[in-house]
Write a protein of this length. Structure first.
Lengths: 435, 169
């Protein structure tokens, strides 16, 4: 069971109800639950969109697109039904924030979905969880059933004359399904291969209808934003990056866990103060700052604010908020290899640059790590990865190429250490005791 | 496109499937969940499962097969009663995920995607299971175990062997 952590620097907005039994609907109501949706009904669509835009909330899946703007793109009139689709396919390595949301505050996801539905004029929402999260699916299913039993979902919600239904859905193991168009394909009962864009989902989405797709954390933030007001939420974060987000600190860190920190919080502080520093008193070598697809930072590059813009300026990305701390005993070639092995496994095979690119990167980095590499391999790794960028149907190709470029650029000397049949100089022989 | 006259599933699962296809704008949306629930009951996606589910959603058998081959949790051969899935992705790797995997291989005497002769355990090296902050982590069927050491791992295997393990379906 995921253990809850706490640190004085946290600003608990989304995690306010964690550990308080809010999976129980009555407890959720006692903790201001289902108030935001009633206010939203009373104040109307335009008010919701205005508050969401003011909040500066940007998509928590990793792309960081402003949520209020995304909702405003959905056409008001549509011949086909409109849908809300919540992306809980959380599969980016190092990311486990939605896990704790579904576990501790499932009704916030439901309430956020309802508000998104009101904002775009939709009558139906889907909450898609990855197949591995069966115990969380059961928690979500119970929460939805309880909301129906109270009359919060179904016909005429809160006496508004508006109907709204929610269906929970399970995946069956596929990282690619976290990409929004592949997610729609999967929900339509197909292989999770991406669709070409345009048209964008806001115009032609699920079952051909206009669809808003938001990450589960984004959706769970919505009721809190309406409760505290968009402006107040925006003030918590940094410029153009409203509010807080759940950062998952993992790897070689003393106090790993999911912490809610204000946007713009310093990465170095997040590792040394919130996370308690590197395990076994070792030195820091590198940090993967936002899930496995984000380019690596070296130990002297981490004095940077955790928001979409500052991380962009630092040459990486905020991504999914999964911070991986890597100590000085780690082989970066092995780390790069494990990363590319993942993307090679998860590439859906639909388009060639990704299918072939991830496979050849995996083969080449495997060979280098095994000691069979030649100097030219290192240039080839970079050349191959750079040629994948922007040339694939969906961002999976970029997600594989970007970290690879980062590893070869910043840790080329470690790749060189493996050349000419030299054994891995960082190989572990004993089980590490982490303290 | 209908409820079959005879079913290979238990009455509870059959009733669940009858309802599942009514929840969506199109029946086919129930396909991926149905395959997973069918696997939970039958142990794998057999030809009979494919045939019945194809009929229930109103698509051809080969269409069902094309979907099931995409998803990594779905299998067309039986696994052990307890499928031990060890994550070795980055966050787990840094905290001895590979050590846990090797330990399981030795303890169970089987490799990746293999099953013990008594059919009790199978082993799988899996990609990230979303328990990164509590690494190293594994799943036995759907149940998570985290903050693992080799000692804890031994205890988990012992518990399942003795019929004391968690069993979420």
């Amino acid at each position: 069971m995921p253990r809850l952590v706490s640190h004085p620097d946290e600003v608990k907005i989304i995690s306010r109800r964690f550990g308080q039994g809010a999976a129980d609907i009555d407890k959720y109501i006692a903790l201001d639950g289902y108030k935001a949706v009633q206010t939203a009904i009373a104040k109307g669509t335009d008010w919701i969109i205005t508050e969401m835009k003011a909040s500066g909330l940007r998509g928590r899946g990793g792309a960081g697109f402003p949520t209020g703007m995304k909702w405003s793109f959905v056409p008001k009139q549509s011949e086909r039904p409109k849908y809300v689709l919540v992306n809980g396919d959380e599969s980016e390595p190092a990311t486990c924030k939605d896990h704790v949301i579904f576990l501790h505050d499932p009704h916030a996801v439901i309430e956020g979905t309802m508000i998104a539905g009101l904002a775009i004029g939709s009558k139906m929402g889907f909450i898609y969880l990855r197949g591995e999260y069966r115990y969380l699916l059961k928690i979500m299913e119970k929460a939805v059933a309880d909301a129906y039993a109270k009359g919060f979902l179904g016909k005429n919600i809160f006496g508004s004359g508006i109907d709204f239904d929610i269906v929970t859905q399970t995946g069956a193991g596929a990282y690619e399904v976290g990409e929004e168009s592949a997610l729609m394909e999967s929900l339509e009962g197909k292989r999770g291969v991406p669709r070409i864009k345009p048209p964008f989902p806001a115009v032609v989405g699920l079952y051909g209808g206009p669809t808003v797709i938001n990450n589960a954390e984004t959706i769970a933030s919505v009721p809190h934003i309406l409760l505290m007001g968009g402006d107040a939420y925006a003030k918590v974060g940094s410029e153009r990056n409203g509010g807080t987000r759940l950062f998952g600190i993992s790897g070689h860190v003393v106090n790993p866990g999911v912490y809610e920190l204000p946007m713009g919080y310093n990465l170095k502080k997040a590792i040394y103060e919130v996370g308690g520093g590197v395990t076994n008193g070792r030195k820091l070598k590198a940090v993967v700052p936002g899930g496995s697809s984000t380019p690596v930072l070296t130990a002297d590059e981490i004095d940077v604010g955790l928001d979409f813009d500052q991380m962009g300026k630092a040459g990486t990305m905020l991504g999914s908020g999964g911070i991986v701390v890597i100590d000085d005993q780690t082989c970066m070639v092995e780390f790069a290899l494990r990363t590319i092995k993942f993307y090679q496994h998860e590439s859906c095979g639909w388009c060639i640059p990704c299918r072939e690119g991830t496979d050849w990167l995996n083969k080449t980095i495997s060979r280098v790590h095994a000691g069979g590499g030649v100097e030219k391999d290192l240039d080839n790794i970079r050349y191959l990865a750079e040629n994948m960028l922007g040339r694939t149907f969906c961002p999976l190709g970029d997600a594989a190429a970007m970290p690879t470029i980062g590893f070869i650029k910043k840790f080329r000397h470690e790749f060189e250490d493996h050349l000419n049949g030299k054994p891995c100089p960082y190989a572990h022989t004993e089980e590490p005791a982490l303290v | 496109m209908s409820t079959p006259a005879t079913t290979i599933f238990s009455p509870a699962t059959a009733a669940r499937f009858d309802r599942l296809v009514t929840l969506y704008p199109v029946k086919r949306s129930a396909l991926v969940p149905m395959l997973l629930y069918a696997q939970d009951e039958v142990g794998y996606i057999s030809d009979a499962v494919v045939a019945e589910i194809a009929q229930r959603v109103g698509i051809a058998d080969h269409d069902v097969r094309s979907v099931l081959s995409y998803y990594s949790m779905l299998r067309t051969k039986p696994a052990g009663k307890y499928n031990v899935q060890v994550c070795t992705n980055i966050s787990c790797m840094l905290r001895n995920g590979f050590g846990i995997l090797e330990h399981c291989k030795k303890r169970l005497g089987i490799g990746h995607k293999e099953t013990t002769p008594d059919g009790l355990f199978s082993l799988e090296e899996v990609e990230c299971i979303g328990a990164c902050c509590w690494a190293p982590a594994i799943q036995v069927n759907y149940d998570f175990y985290d903050d693992l050491t080799t000692e804890k791992m031994d205890q988990i295997l012992e518990d399942y062997k003795a019929g004391r393990g968690k069993e979420t379906v």
